[in-house]
Write a new protein. Sequence first.
Length: 225
Amino acid sequence: MNNQPRILVVEDDDAIRSSTVAAFVDAGWVAEGRVDGADFELAIETFRPDLVVLDWMLPGRDGPTLARVARGLSEAGLVLLTARVAMPDRLRGFDAGVDDYLSKPFVMAELIARTRALLRRLGTLASTIQVSDLLVDEPAGVVSRAGQRLELTATEMRLLCFLADNRGRVMSTTQILTQVWGYDDYADNLIQVHISALRRKTEAFGPRLIQTVRGLGYVLRAPTP
């Protein structure tokens, strides 16, 4: 995919930083990590992120301070991660220009969902995605095929939106679990059950769009003539 969203993650916890960067890459985006804000200005100017994820408690300058710096240099979206949940702390983050706020510990799937929603609001991701005669409008929560509206559950909607965002790319079961559920709800047939449900609903109005690539995963793409 061209023009993928660019995400900068500033987090001093090595495990959280590496797993968050990996999850963003699995989502089909470009992501880089930084341990602290020592070279933050340079990272903003050279990497030119569309969105920045900031930990609150960082060595040196903290997350809200870096958020103010980012606001002066960029129009990137800002997401703050923190275990500080008191209202004064939350207000300080929003006063610094943060767009969204996620409390630690967090489920990776929720961070991805919030990031995707913010990127759509910023215009970095298209609001409506079309694959053949399937239209997916995530902000409106509307999916239609051949002009017929489909009634999806919340999980089916998340799964279809993830596949639609990565249309034409084969997504592994690991990528799907991370992006749609996180690993907390893992069950052997979890993905297969929801893929089958989506197929039943989408194929009521046309040929198969969600393809199984044996040994690799699933892909949403237009049927070949």
